[in-house]
Design a protein around this ligand. Sequence first.
Ligand code: ASP
Ligand code: MG
Length: 652
Amino acid sequence: MQVLKFGGSSVASATAISRVLDIVSDAAGRGRMVLVSSAISGATDLLIECSKSDSGKRQKLLEDLKNRHFEICRRLFTGRERTEACERLQEIFNDLSQSPLEDYPAFGELLSTSIIAGKLNCDGVRALWIDSRELIRCNENGVDYKLTYERIRKAIHDHPEIEVFVAPGFIASKSDGKVCTLGRGGSDYSAAIYAAALQADRLQIWTDVPGIMTCNPKDVKKARTIGRLSYESAFALASHGAKVLYAPTVEPARQAGIDIEILNSLDSSQSGSIICAQKAREKGEWVGIASQKKDSLSQICLVADGAIDPDDCRELERRMHKYNIPCSPWTIEDGNCCTCTLPRDDEGEALKLLHRQLFETEDRKRIYLAGCGAVGQALLQIIDSSSAKVEVVAISRHESEDDAFFQQLLHGDGESRIFVDCTDSEEIWKRYCDILEAGVNIVSSNRRAFSIGYKDYARIKSCARRNRCFLRYETTVGTALPILNSIASSTNSADEILSLQAVVSCTLNYILTSGLPFKEALERAKEIKLTEKDPSQDLSGRDALRKLLILAREAGIALEESDVKIEPVSEERILPGQRFVASLEKDADARLGYRAGIRLENLDPEHPALRLKGTENMVIIRSAFQPSALIVQGAGEGARMAASGVLNDILR
Ligand code: ASP
Ligand code: MG
């Protein structure tokens, strides 16, 4: 035996009812069933309004209700069948007009099921309408399950020839025989009662959304269907405002051990949700969010599939306050759900924020950070204070030796894992290929990793390509200035680089523009942490060399250290009007067709690089397609700027 329940919107029109009949005929292949139906959508509201209106208004409302039902009949039936279906409806409307007002709400389900049972019979299905008022009996404590189950079993047992029993949801009767209802939304409950009584092997609740969702999709567009959830989670969501299911439905199904399937009658191909027995986890994971408004307040409830960590609640509270959403402290109820209250007007914002925080993690970048120097620390600060969807999964302070960190990185899950290298390790690049092979993207501000031998460099690049991972290192030259991208896009568009002039040593730019004597300027540069740890790396041109290798390679030129002629800086050689320039120029006689050098250059007074001040950087790119040079100029230094460049690489 199976029980299928259809909600008001599933039976709201002739078209909707036709869809129901298709679903029923599919299900009929699996055996007999009880079909429980709600009133057509809006009917119960209208009947309740009728019962409270004066007779003039009541007549008008009833006329509306009649028209809607007769219209469905006219579309669903033809000829004699139509006449008979309309006669049956008319009888119910006659009863309604003679009933006491308090009985009005019960009529919606009588009307809808009369149409459905009639249609099934016309289609040649052996269908029988059964009267839930006689079968479901309530006493002062609610449903009298024992009596109810006996009656239902007998009613079904008496008719072995019937394929589809059609039962109105929502309605029942009291011990004195008076009609009553199971509460608003109660048809779900009726279905569970029928299912439990008959030990049904299937209980399906067909509605107009794709199952129980992580949040009401009207509030949060990104809400998604929860595939499986426990009876406890479903109950918690339903009793805290998730309208898709009437909370009392859960208990009879749970007791009888019957799974509840929640399905979308508008699209029966969607798999929906299954509510079933599941053991609570020791540490709960979030299942969904429900909310309900009361007067000027709203209560939000977060449901987990096991115990909730109070620290998690405090963290959420902190987030909400950060976004200026005033909320009461979260309180944990029953271990698996927690609630807070807030002004009704803030509900929408809060739901979006919480949903993003708890469920939209798949489009969140998960970073594993190596290196906690100035740049790494600035990066953590920026991430913490921004709303960027970046989750810091792990941090390694020990650069390339931290095996535990790399194990975690390689075996972590999630599509958008990113390894962020903010170290200045000379060795860490040896791990890059393994990282890329594991499907992890790389963002690096470590220029040492890209100024290695060309063969190794090329291997890392092709590894990234093969594994469809990104490998971004824009900050390795000119910090956050968009230099590498500019070169790469020229190169990718078949443009040919004619020359590059890079004034990218912050230390030397500072020394040359400070107006101070050389030694003093160098001391200063060291003090303000401009220089490499060992300043001779700057003066010897080593740092500029790394940058030039990266620039040239970005332009598709397989430059090696040995191709670059370097003239180190020394105090005696410095003259006014000079800049320390790393350059690359087409030269047919050179090994790669380009001549590369790094030296102090006496620049023409018109040269743009003479405009540079302090630690500014400049790169001048001349290419075949560009009639005039592309000049990128701007601040070349600063941990925060580097960090923001790294974040940009992470997010873009
Ligand atoms: N028709 C009833 C109501 O609107 C019961 C139901 O739809 O579940 O509350
Ligand atoms: Mg409902």
